[in-house]
Unconditional design. Structure first.
Length: 410
């Protein structure tokens, strides 16, 4: 029997509308927690990105330019023929279409017509603030329970300090029905902003991806971690949340002491790539540069790496750290409030602040030369990640969370 986009697969069961970036692998992983729940699930894209074509979740596509879409799982605001006829620049110049306004009205109509029991915004900046404004503008407050999921540390850790932003952020946080987070720091800030205790997630802190399949990853571990010679740097970002240049300086300080090794660099930003070419040729020769890779490939890389290199300025409880723990790689992370609350230096991780090349270099040398530390941490971390971020334990809690919230909405 063919599937119709507008017809629920499970009539009478809870309806959940997610709002977020369609291209986000974190969002896909979270929503996939509900695959076997018999919930009616849809995603509305708040950006131009699209999920993979084979992702089965019904998705509202707002991108102006896109190729052919499967009508059973994708509904598009703009037809592909429109995208062929007009570019964004021509549309703006001619005034034929106001793309954001059309998307706003489309979302409001979807909410009124489909009447979801739960509206879940994936991220404060990427979806929560947008929905808050739209909800008020179109008087949608009475439809469904609003779940606001915060993204690690990037949504609040710095923004809440800005007096020009604080009032607006507090207003958004206070308006949601449930606030989800992967760390207690966000809950502390939310309390300071006047969020009530009953609004804070009734299931506690949960990883933003829904956790990792610990057993599956651990079963693919390739040899003892101490026998591996790969350093995995999964986020080669030059941005507000992490800095690349101190890491480059650290590599120049200690590269010879790390040999033999390979440095695998993922998701490199344009600015980070520019400065990469200033490194000595001896370092560049030992590096493998890769753009964004599917999440499954990044996780597989954790099972071959000896070290995970992930210093940062702002973070939640990093999903990459949990994945590394399951895969046997020793994480090098920064001693941020959200991280130092759950792991110990020289027991589970090696700490190095992002702006201090000497600390990063020292951690790299220690991690590449201390076999006992690496192998011992791999054993301890398998137990820790099973306790903190096991997807098989998180999944039933999340499903029950949505069940109870949907019951309250009806």
């Amino acid at each position: 029997m063919s599937r119709n986009f507008d017809t629920d697969d499970y009539p009478g069961r809870p309806r959940i509308l997610f709002l977020g970036q369609g291209e986000s692998t974190h969002s896909h992983a979270w929503i996939d927690l509900l695959q076997d729940s018999s919930f009616n699930i849809r995603l509305f894209c708040t950006s131009d990105g699209l999920p993979p074509d084979d992702w089965p979740v019904r998705t509202y596509v707002t991108a102006y330019e896109h190729g052919p879409l499967n009508s059973a799982t994708r509904a598009a605001l703009h037809s592909s023929s429109q995208a062929v006829r007009f570019t964004r620049r021509n549309v703006a110049r001619a005034g034929r279409v106001n793309v954001p306004e059309m998307a706003d009205r489309w979302l409001a109509r979807i909410i009124r017509d489909w009447r979801p029991d739960i509206i879940h915004t994936l991220g404060l900046e990427s979806a929560g603030e947008y929905f808050f404004r739209l909800r008020r503008r179109f008087a949608l407050e009475g439809i469904g329970k609003w779940v606001l999921q915060l993204r690690g540390g990037s949504d609040l850790a710095l923004a809440h300090l800005d007096p020009d932003r604080a009032t607006a952020l507090a207003e958004v946080l206070q308006a949601c029905d449930q606030l989800l987070s992967d760390n207690q720091q966000n809950f502390r800030i939310a309390r300071e902003f006047g969020v009530r205790e009953e609004q804070l997630s009734r299931i506690g802190t949960v990883p933003g991806t829904g956790g990792v399949d610990v057993d599956a990853i651990a079963s693919r571990r390739q040899g003892q971690p101490s026998a591996r010679r790969v350093i995995l740097w999964p986020k080669v970002y030059e941005c507000a949340w992490s800095k690349v240049l101190p890491v480059y300086e650290a590599l120049k300080m200690c590269w010879d002491q790390l040999q033999p090794c390979e440095l695998h660099m993922l998701a490199m930003t344009d600015e980070a790539r520019l400065y990469f070419w200033t490194l000595p040729e001896s370092i560049r020769r030992g590096c493998r540069l890769m753009n964004r890779v599917p999440r499954s490939e990044a996780i597989e890389a954790m099972t071959r790496a000896r070290l995970l290199l992930a210093p940062s300025l702002v973070d939640g409880t990093p999903n990459s750290m949990f994945e590394a723990m399951a895969g046997g790689a020793l994480p090098i992370v920064s001693p941020l409030e959200t991280i130092s609350a759950i792991v110990k230096n020289e027991e589970n991780v090696l700490f190095a602040r992002n702006l201090y090349p000497e600390e990063i270099a020292s951690a790299l040398v220690r991690g590449m030369t201390d076999d006992a530390l690496v192998d011992g941490a791999a054993q301890r971390n398998l137990e820790l990640v099973s306790h903190l971020a096991n997807r098989r334990e998180v999944q039933p809690r999340v499903i029950e969370f949505y069940e109870s919230l949907a019951a309250e909405a009806r």
